[in-house]
Design a binder for this molecule. Structure first.
Ligand code: ZN
Length: 141
């Protein structure tokens, strides 16, 4: 893929096809002033089809959110036109305010100021549970 179009920025590669728009929204990329490119259904030898997001600035990204949505994502940090760092995101041990607890009897539904925190309880099956009531988060595919 062509990353030399960016001199300083972040390229999120190997996003599962169809997830880039969801990531764009969850990460709040619409509030950025710099240019952001969403590439959808790019052909990939490894994955068949994949999505890519290019951000034309090195910003603070929540890698836990990335790992939660899609642990297969590769992050490329480009500095002065060169690949500075490349790593894969990981399934986070806990996520805060990324998913909301759906249990109406959960304390988070009455205590509005409480953060919604979920813990990874089963890594193999990617199961997250609310730390307050242990309700299981609706799983991702
Ligand atoms: Zn709960």
């Amino acid at each position: 893929m062509v990353i030399d179009a960016i001199s300083n920025g972040i390229v999120l590669d190997h996003i599962r096809a169809g997830l880039s728009l969801e990531l764009y929204n969850i990460l709040g990329l619409d509030s950025l002033q710099c240019s952001v490119a969403l590439l959808r259904n790019v052909s990939s030898r490894k994955m068949g089809r994949k999505d890519i997001i290019k951000i034309d600035e090195i910003i603070d990204l929540n890698f836990d959110v990335l790992g939660y949505v899609d642990p297969g994502i590769t992050v490329n940090i480009v500095r002065d036109g060169k690949l500075d760092r490349k790593f894969r995101v990981e399934l986070p041990e806990r996520v805060e305010n990324v998913i909301r607890c759906k249990n109406p009897r959960c304390i988070t539904s009455t205590e509005q100021e409480l953060p919604h925190i979920f813990k990874l309880t089963d890594k193999e099956n990617r199961i997250y549970r609310c730390i307050y009531c242990e309700t299981r988060a609706k799983g991702r595919a």
